[in-house]
Design a protein around this ligand. Structure first.
Ligand code: CAA
Ligand code: NAD
Length: 283
């Protein structure tokens, strides 16, 4: 199957980035969120990134306008009734995601593929709440979506080869590099990345070093583009905590225990860049 039109559910930092890269590649995109306000914020962040591309000569004003013209907004999941592919990018919470998938399963055409951008939740369990588990798959984009090349494509145990092939081809059509992995907690990306971030938080918790020092060590010593605490703030500390909890529960291994300091920050509403405070303070 060739995908022509898509819908993205959730217009947050990931959803707006996903909608942008599809629209830039000529797909017809519907962007959905719960409120008009969330949609306008998503569109504003896209507009900012596209304007910077025009300033830098990476795109013409005409291409920017064409990209934005490919996107329409929606606050009702019923609008998915004419879509070939729907990509869910709502909050990392299993109850919310399964509700969205059950509704999408009711309203989308029979041929439609339902994908999730989850960072760690089991795709097999999400597929199981639908009547088309062979057409459910993980399409895990990396943040910031317009910049990062990888799409980690996660096969649920039920995912058909045809669904996998279609998603692989679609990721390539966006100029991304799909990498196939199987469905285990955290997949590959976050099983490797998140324990490093969690360990960096432990070094702060135990007074080994200040956040700035931890980040400098990893940037200057290991050539990481961002230190792990800056990266945690960028991803969102709530998302980091949800992922650690999935690893901890999924493997039943104490090595994945979320750092108590991470839990405390999330309880305080210090979610990183998006809330104005995390390991650093943002204007
Ligand atoms: N959206 C779009 N473009 C962005 C951007 C954003 N949020 N942030 C930066 N860019 C672009 C900028 O436009 C810039 O290009 P120009 O200056 O030519 O316009 C380019 O990226 C480089 O940016 P900067 O010079 O400001 O800063 P940088 O050199 O440090 O690069 C970065 C920024 C690409 C984000 C880099 O710091 C980086 O690669 N950081 C690590 C990102 C990472 O690890 N992502 C994965 C997170 S984990 C995940 O996504 C999975 C999960 O489930 C949690
Ligand atoms: P975010 O908090 O920036 O955005 C989530 C959006 O979903 C919000 O705009 C919210 O209003 C909307 N939403 C919530 N419930 C909804 C519903 N029922 N219907 C429609 N919209 C709804 O979160 P994010 O960082 O964009 O993360 C979204 C997903 O992507 C999560 O599953 C996360 O784990 C995953 N992810 C995040 C990153 C990252 O670096 N932040 C990277 C890869 C994957």
């Amino acid at each position: 199957m060739t995908i022509k039109n898509i819908m993205v559910i959730g217009a947050g930092q990931m959803g707006s980035g996903i909608a942008q890269v599809f629209a830039q590649s000529g797909f017809d995109v519907k962007l959905n969120d719960l409120s008009e306000e969330a949609l306008q914020e998503g569109l504003a962040s896209m507009e900012k990134i596209l304007s910077r591309n025009v300033e830098k000569g990476r795109m013409t004003e005409g291409e920017k306008t064409a990209t934005l013209d490919n996107i329409t907004t929606s606050t009702s999941l019923d609008d998915a009734s004419d879509r070939d592919l729907v990509i869910e990018a709502v909050v990392e919470n299993m109850d919310v995601k399964t509700q969205v998938f059950q509704k999408l399963d009711e309203v989308t055409p029979e041929h439609a593929i339902l994908a999730t951008n989850t960072s760690s939740l089991p795709i097999t369990d999400i597929a199981a709440v639908t009547k088309r588990p062979d057409q459910v798959i993980g399409m895990h984009f990396m943040n910031p979506v317009p910049v990062m090349k990888l799409v980690e494509v996660i096969r649920a145990i039920q995912t058909s080869d045809e669904t996998y092939q279609t998603i692989e081809e679609t990721a390539k059509a966006l100029g991304k590099m799909p990498v196939e992995v199987n469905d285990y907690p955290g997949f590959v990306s976050n099983r490797v990345l998140m324990p490093m971030i969690n360990e960096a938080i432990y070094t702060v918790y135990e007074g080994v070093a200040e956040p700035e020092a931890v980040d400098e060590v990893m940037k200057l010593g290991m050539n990481h583009p961002m230190g792990p605490l800056t990266l945690a703030d960028f991803i969102g500390l709530d998302t980091c905590l949800y992922i650690m909890e999935v690893l901890y529960e999924g493997f039943g291994d104490s090595k994945y225990r979320p750092c108590p300091l991470l839990k405390k920050y999330v309880s305080a509403g210090w979610l990183g860049k998006k809330s104005g405070r995390g390991f650093y303070v943002y204007e």
